[in-house]
Structure formats: structure tokens, C-alpha cells
Ligand binder design. Structure first.
Ligand code: SF4
Length: 307
């Protein structure tokens, strides 16, 4: 490849056999991959991994799919069951949106995950990325999937520039569409391998070029990694002492009661006060949880899971 050559779709298509060979030997063996996974399983995995690393998602996904293998089984679960199964995955509003999504699938699509982009993005908690991922990974359709990992690999390997991070732009989407192989199966291989390379090999701060199937053609490597480290990475959010920690502690106390077999989990005001030393912060967090529909505050100030 010459200095002036712009990497295009034909180059992408020529790379697919090499990417597929790499995928078969190096990709992580995640339970929602492969022919045995249902579209619902893929959708659940995508929602769970929106803000949580996939490796952490595996035990929660496995438990979830055991309990609720179909949208209709999830749709009829209680909020307490859903929020308990969500465990420590974080951002628990996602759990309630997934249940609302299951209910919408049952009510509007007869219990089957739709295969149409517009129908998918009409579901609660399903945005552009998740809809595209489900169409590609569950249904094998030809659609560009753009997440942080794919953007980083495309930017580095094919365009020779460090990815600056931030939100996905129209330019990112247009570039992904421009490169996407024409054949359905090849497009899926393209999406899934670039995403896996970005997640496991070409990471933001430690690209492992020696293990990368793109090392031979990578423009960024060839030009000695210009702009390395300029990526707009999110500052690492501290956890200790934050409202997120306090909210997590309250939900965890309710979940513990469900696991102990308590039919109607309930934290009396005294139980709540024992959870956190700063009562102003505690009460603000309980009110915020109530506003988000994650708990219900009783007349006496105690809390339970919502109905
Ligand atoms: S060769 Fe290195 S920099 Fe290029 S895509 Fe692979 S891991 Fe990233």
C-alpha cells in the first residue's frame, strides 16, 4: 500500500479471510456468540455491555438467560426480580429498560425480536449502536456497526491517525459504511473482528501490534503511532463516596433480602440510616432512586422495590 492510497471497500474485502482466520483462533469464547445464541440473547448481551466490560457481563448474562430465555419470560418478571438479577452490573436503569423492551417486543412484535432497524430503535433502551449490532450479529444482516473499538481500529489501521474518542459522528458512520464489505457474511466478519481487535489487541493505551492481524497493513504503526495518547479518554470516575456508591448500597441491601427469600423486600428508615453515615446524601440518593423508578419510598420513609 502506498502513502497516498486511501483504504477502501475492496481493500476491506481482501482482508476478510485474514480477519476470519484470526477470529477463529483468537476471539474470546463469549456465550452469546455462535450459532446457538438467540436474537434475544444477543440483544441482552449488548444492553448489558453498554457500560460494562464484556468479561464482567458473562455470569450475569448466563444467569439472566437461564431465568428469562425469551422476551415473553422476561416481560412477566417483577421489577424486584429484574433488579436483583442485575446485581452489580451498574447503571441499573438499564435493567428496567430491558424489561420494558421485552414487554414491547411481546406487545408489538409477537414476542420475537424484530429484524428491522426502525422497529429495533423504537424499543426502549435500544439505540443506533444496539440495533445495528443485533442486526449484524444476531441476524447476519449487512449493516455498519460503529462503537468505540471499531472507530479506534479504523482510524489507526486504515486512516493512520489516532482516534480522538468522544461520541460517534456522522463522519465515523459514513466511513464505516464506505468500508463495509458488500457480502452479508463478510460484513459480519468485518464488524465482529474489528470490534474484537479493538477490545483485546488494539486497546486505547496499549496496542499489542505483535498479536494483531492488521500489523502488516496498519498505517498508524507504519508511521510510528502519530498522536499516541491524544485520545479524549473519559476521566476515570471515582467511586468511593459518590452518590453512585450510595445508590448501589441501597439496592444491594434490597437485593440481599430477595436472595434470602424475603417475599416483599423492605428497608425501614432505621435500616436505611445504618447503610451510610451521611444522612443528607443518603436521603438525596434514595429520592433519586425513587425518581428513576428503581425503588419506591413508603409513607414511613422506608423503601422497597417498585411494583
Ligand atoms: S497493528 Fe498495532 S496499532 Fe495497528 S491496529 Fe494492530 S494493534 Fe492497533
Amino acid at each position: 500500500m502506498t502513502d497516498n492510497h486511501t483504504f477502501g471497500r475492496e481493500d476491506a474485502e481482501a482482508l476478510v479471510p485474514r480477519l476470519w482466520a484470526w477470529w477463529k483462533t483468537a476471539a474470546r469464547n463469549l456465550p452469546w456468540r455462535g450459532t446457538g445464541a438467540s436474537a434475544w440473547g444477543v440483544l441482552v448481551s449488548e444492553v448489558m455491555s453498554q457500560q460494562t466490560p464484556m468479561s464482567r457481563v458473562v455470569p450475569y448474562w448466563t444467569d439472566w438467560m437461564h431465568r428469562w430465555p425469551t422476551p415473553s419470560s422476561c416481560a412477566s418478571a417483577s421489577k424486584a426480580q429484574i433488579l436483583t438479577a442485575w446485581g452489580n452490573l451498574g447503571y441499573p436503569s438499564r435493567a428496567l429498560r430491558l424489561r420494558a423492551c421485552a414487554q414491547a417486543i411481546v406487545e408489538r412484535f409477537g414476542g420475537s425480536v424484530p429484524q428491522d432497524y426502525r422497529e429495533l430503535v423504537s424499543l426502549p433502551g435500544v439505540g443506533q449502536y444496539t440495533a445495528s449490532a443485533v442486526l449484524s450479529f444476531a441476524f447476519g444482516k449487512r449493516v455498519a456497526v460503529v462503537d468505540t473499538n471499531i472507530r479506534r481500529v479504523v482510524s489507526r489501521a486504515f486512516d493512520g491517525a489516532e482516534s480522538i474518542g468522544g461520541v460517534t459522528t456522522q463522519a465515523d458512520l459514513a466511513r464505516a459504511v464506505e468500508l463495509l464489505p458488500r457480502e452479508n457474511t463478510a460484513s459480519v466478519v468485518w464488524n465482529q473482528t474489528l470490534m474484537e481487535i479493538g477490545a483485546t489487541v488494539c486497546t486505547s493505551s496499549h496496542p499489542r501490534c505483535g498479536a494483531c492481524p492488521l500489523a502488516g497493513i496498519c498505517q498508524w504503526k507504519r508511521t510510528d503511532y502519530p498522536g499516541m495518547g491524544v485520545a479524549r479518554t473519559r476521566s476515570v470516575q471515582k467511586w468511593k463516596g459518590t452518590n453512585r456508591q450510595v445508590r448501589g448500597i441501597v439496592l444491594k441491601a434490597l437485593r440481599r433480602q430477595v436472595k434470602d427469600g424475603v417475599a416483599r423486600p423492605y428497608l425501614a428508615p432505621n435500616d436505611l440510616e445504618a447503610l451510610w453515615p451521611d444522612s443528607d446524601q443518603l436521603h438525596a440518593c434514595v429520592v433519586a432512586l425513587d425518581d428513576d423508578g428503581l425503588v419506591a419510598i413508603g409513607r414511613d420513609g422506608g423503601v422497597t422495590f417498585p411494583d
